[in-house]
Design a protein. Structure first.
Length: 348
């Protein structure tokens, strides 16, 4: 790990690099904010670790930086965009604004985005919606690559296809962010570069043997990441992966049936206003009681009481906002060449 650095310094550094690379100020502000929020919450594979490859894609013109998404369909509670390979975090924040306005009016608002660039950590978007008393459902896929095999198969079809939700409560929101695979590309790539191993056999090699070694993903015949549930109950993760494909590529009308364009995302985003149903107070009363019962459940390990999804991430974010962000080793080293290239001072 590196030294602690103030979150604002990291955001300013990221924004300066993105602007130096040609990204307009409003988009650079959105991307830098979302990336640093990922690191604040401890999602170190989906925070500033993504900045160097984002900059590389800008340089290669695989990420567009100018203009607006194209509206392909516009209904009272539903919107479809062609993201034109614009920055993913900026597109998602814009989509949240549109979906929120429609949810306040119609009860729900859904925005589906095809041809977005990568959208970073899904958990980074939950709190800003849930603290307004709204429910956020967010899922993404990337039809441009495949690293996860269907249950019972050897050849990859899916990406980790995360599905997530931000839920309002009377206190900290609940933040559910689940890959429909046993692990992510970000973690396996990092461990492979470090020569490390996974905590359990979450992969299979090219011959179908379980493995905890990310190197099997890079050998011939290539191995794959297993669906969530692994070899025993991976049919559940397989089913969830198919659901994400339907919500993203299916509703977008653009996905694995189309030519690949480069690293990116197809996004499903829905905001639900509980006031259109039983009301926010009734929603929070029910969720707070479920949360109370979960916390009251006797822990299997007395040293590890039950906690709710997102609880540790939000607590860590508040702590690191006050004390500085502890970046994962290697992140600043990967950004140093970009800082030299664009004459931007390092934050360390």
């Amino acid at each position: 790990m590196t030294q602690r650095i103030a979150a604002q310094r990291l955001a300013d550094f990221a924004r300066a690099l993105l602007q130096a690379a040609g990204m307009p100020a409003d988009k650079a502000q959105a991307v830098s904010t979302v990336l640093v929020e990922g690191d604040l919450m401890g999602h170190t594979t989906h925070g500033l670790q993504l900045l160097a490859p984002y900059l590389a894609d800008i340089e290669k013109r695989s990420m567009n930086v100018d203009g607006e998404p194209q509206v392909l369909s516009d209904k009272p509670a539903a919107l479809l965009w062609d993201g034109r390979r614009l920055p993913g975090p900026w597109l998602v924040l814009r989509a949240i604004e549109h979906a929120t306005a429609r949810a306040r009016e119609a009860g729900t608002g859904t925005v589906v985005i095809r041809r977005s660039h990568h959208i970073a950590s899904l958990a980074s978007y939950h709190r800003r919606v849930a603290e307004k008393g709204l429910v956020l459902l967010l899922a993404s896929s990337d039809a441009n690559s495949a690293s996860v095999a269907p249950f019972g198969g050897l050849d990859p079809v899916f990406t980790p296809n995360p599905i997530s939700a931000g839920l309002p409560t009377g206190g900290l929101p609940i933040s559910v962010d689940i890959s429909t695979s046993t692990t992510t590309n970000g973690l396996t790539n990092r461990l492979h570069q470090q020569g490390g191993k996974l905590p359990a056999p979450w992969l299979i090699d090219g011959h179908g043997q379980p493995s905890d070694d990310p190197a099997v993903l890079f050998k011939d015949p290539k191995g794959t990441i297993l669906p969530l549930g692994g070899l025993d109950s991976g049919h559940k993760g397989f089913g969830l992966s198919l659901l994400v494909e339907a919500l993203t590529g299916g509703l977008a009308g653009h996905g694995r049936a189309d030519p690949r364009e480069g690293w990116g995302a197809t996004v499903f985003l829905q905001v639900i206003d509980p006031e259109a149903f039983a009301g926010r107070a009734a929603f929070e009363r029910q969720i707070d009681e479920v949360a109370r019962q979960c916390r009251a459940s006797r822990p299997a390990n007395p040293q590890r009481p039950v906690r709710l999804p997102g609880e540790r991430g939000f607590q860590l974010a508040d702590q690191q906002a006050a004390q500085g962000v502890l970046l994962h080793e290697g992140i600043l080293a990967a950004l140093a060449p970009w800082a030299r290239k664009y004459d931007v001072a390092m934050p360390g």
